[in-house]
Design a protein around this ligand. Structure first.
Ligand SMILES: [Zn+2]
Length: 388
């Protein structure tokens, strides 16, 4: 690949002219400018899942500059209390980690009306927005605490380790969680798609393909299971089964001693996911006497959700309406999943629009950011009003 020249620095004036609530007046414009400058700063730092420390250090520095006393917890999440007093708190989070290895060039290019580069939308702008959202929501002393948390371990193999730890160690009870996912302004995620991932391996006695043609084959057992898994379904639920990788065998003329595959099971409800997992387990384990099967769980995300009529969902939808942004209720897999599993209401909301997440060609628009910040802050205010 050709070496790229370093991107032009992004001036604070990159903030767009918009009629959104966050951009009302010079203070709002400055806030958007800061969010965009921070997005660029963060996205230039590699942060594959499990190696988020460099981004975490930058976030701590920002939040000290913002006048808070940030701390890092045992999982590596960065916390700040951005206002409020005692009682159940509101936790607003965005994730530090990305799907990109450090070897991918982390170059951010600022073009007219957009930023491009790995992780700009997922989730650099989410993390960069946390402080601005707290400023706009202006939590007063009469409310519960507003915690900002930059989480680790949200992507793939992270299994939501950061948010799970945060919810298990919050200083006071958590009334609700708002997870920010940068790219999806207008998407109100109230359903957490759950998943279970297995690596399944089969072991058999092996033998000559002709002389011992009656001997069981690990490849045949795995293939038989895969064919059945691919047809699985749960009535009345949206679910998916994906066998993403497969391998095994030793020689074309030998009964296979070993075979394996990796399967990802997903569903949009806890009961549906449990049913899918149970059916898949029965299929995988149904082998003959001489074949041993082993299942290693390599991932698990709880499914769950909140009702459209719940206070948090209504606050989020009303906040979009006030900003003139069309709200769509959706299902996705985010940090909010961990909240559902802990019995805490949660939504995932966007900041701006963009595309190409999980590819190096990822980009975001800068013009909708003001609206996005306003919607997030308004969601917090409306939810708080309803709590009182
Ligand atoms: Zn994300």
């Amino acid at each position: 690949m050709k070496p790229r020249k370093p991107p032009a620095p992004v001036p604070a004036s990159t903030g767009p002219a918009s009629t959104g609530p966050a951009s009302t007046g010079p203070a709002g414009t400055a806030l958007v400018g800061t969010v965009l400058a921070r997005t660029v700063e963060l996205a230039r730092i590699p942060a594959p899942t499990g190696s988020e420390h460099d981004r975490a250090a930058v976030v701590r520095r920002w939040w000290v500059e913002d006048g808070w006393q940030p701390r890092t917890d045992d999982a590596g999440n960065v916390w700040a209390q951005a206002g409020g007093g005692d009682g159940p708190g509101l936790l607003v989070c965005a994730h530090l980690d990305t799907v990109f290895p450090a070897t991918v060039p982390h170059v951010v290019v600022a073009g007219p009306g957009r930023l491009s580069g790995p992780s700009v939308g997922d989730d650099s702008i989410g993390v960069a927005s946390l402080a601005a959202v707290a400023r706009l929501a202006a939590p007063g002393a009469g409310t519960g605490p507003l915690w900002l948390v930059a989480t680790v371990g949200e992507e793939g193999t992270g299994n939501l380790a950061g948010i799970r730890h945060a919810l298990g160690h919050a200083p006071q009870p958590v009334a609700a969680v708002i997870a920010i996912e940068g790219n999806y302004l207008g998407r109100v995620v109230i359903t957490g798609v759950g998943s279970v991932r297995w690596r399944v391996s089969y072991h058999g006695p092996g033998g000559h393909a002709w002389e011992r043609s009656g001997a069981p084959s690990a490849v045949h057992a795995a293939a038989h299971a895969v064919a059945q898994l691919a047809g699985l379904d749960v009535a009345g639920a949206r679910c998916s089964v994906n066998i993403g990788t497969i391998g095994g065998g030793e020689a074309i003329n030998a009964r296979a001693r070993e075979a394996w595959f990796e399967v990802d099971l997903r569903a949009d409800g806890a009961a549906a996911l449990a049913s899918l997992v149970e059916q898949a387990g029965a299929i995988v384990r149904a082998t003959g006497d001489q074949i041993r099967v082993r299942i290693d769980e390599i991932g698990s995300r709880p499914a769950g959700g909140i009702a459209e009529s719940s206070a948090l969902a209504r606050a989020a939808v009303a906040a979009h309406e006030r900003a003139g942004v069309l709200a769509e209720l959706r299902a996705a897999s985010t940090d909010a999943n961990a909240a559902y599993a802990a019995g805490i209401p949660a939504v995932a909301l966007g900041v701006t629009r963009g595309e190409g997440e999980h590819t190096p060609e990822e980009w975001i628009e800068t013009a909708p950011v003001a609206d996005g910040l306003g919607v997030l802050a308004e969601t917090i205010r409306l939810f708080r009003e309803g709590q009182q």
